[in-house]
Design a protein around this ligand. Structure first.
Ligand code: GRF
Length: 194
């Protein structure tokens, strides 16, 4: 299974996915890393690892429509089977969404449908978990649609909230779970069990 990863910043999930792909029985490989941010650590990692990588944004491609078309072209040309957005801070365009319907997945740091939607990213998610007094949070992998965090949930993993937790502490524990959950889901999809 050929996987493309879209990422905006650090890319620790992208890295976890790449490391998992190097195992003999992985059944998938990362064939492309795309970032809207030329300074993304994830692009540097891709270059170090010899993974093809592209900086693609409205700065490089002019308009959202041109970017959508160029991204889709890049995915199709490389024979990408599955698109993974992992900390990708932009919405995908309608052409890419339609062409890859049900073949785009995202990882989100909460138990969706709780604490998803516009504005719910980064520390805001974990602050909302603490503010609402949830006893459990976690990570979700879901299909990507035109609305933020609204596509069908594929897998979730729980993380308990502990007394005295800070948003930062919670974020770190959830991220560690994301690093396991995302490769597991992609392995399952590669095995035809997704
Ligand atoms: C993760 O928490 C992911 O769930 C969210 O953005 C964060 C990305 O982290 N969508 P990284 O770039 O993979 O380190």
């Amino acid at each position: 299974l050929k996987v493309a990863v879209l990422v905006s910043h650090t890319g620790s999930n992208s890295r976890a996915l790449h490391e998992a792909s190097l195992r003999d029985d992985a059944g998938f490989g990362i064939c492309l890393v795309v970032s809207n941010n030329s300074g993304a650590r994830a692009l540097e990692y891709a270059r170090e690892q010899g993974i093809p990588s592209r900086h693609m944004s409205v700065r490089t491609h002019g308009t959202p429509e041109e970017l959508d078309a160029a991204l889709l072209d890049e995915l199709v040309t490389r024979g990408v089977d599955l698109v993974v957005t992992a900390g990708y801070m932009k919405k995908l365009g309608p052409r890419t969404l339609a062409a890859y319907e049900n073949r785009i997945i995202n990882i989100h740091p909460s138990l969706l449908p709780r604490h998803g939607g516009p504005g719910m990213y980064g520390m805001a998610v974990h602050e909302a978990v603490l503010a609402t007094g949830d006893e459990v949070t976690g990570a979700s992998v879901h299909h990507v649609t035109a609305e933020y965090d609204a596509g069908e949930v594929i897998a979730r993993r729980e993380v308990p909230v502990m007394a005295g937790d800070t948003a930062e502490g919670l974020a770190a524990r959830v991220l560690a779970v994301e690093h396991q959950l995302l490769p597991e889901v992609v392995r399952r999809i590669a095995a035809g069990k997704g």
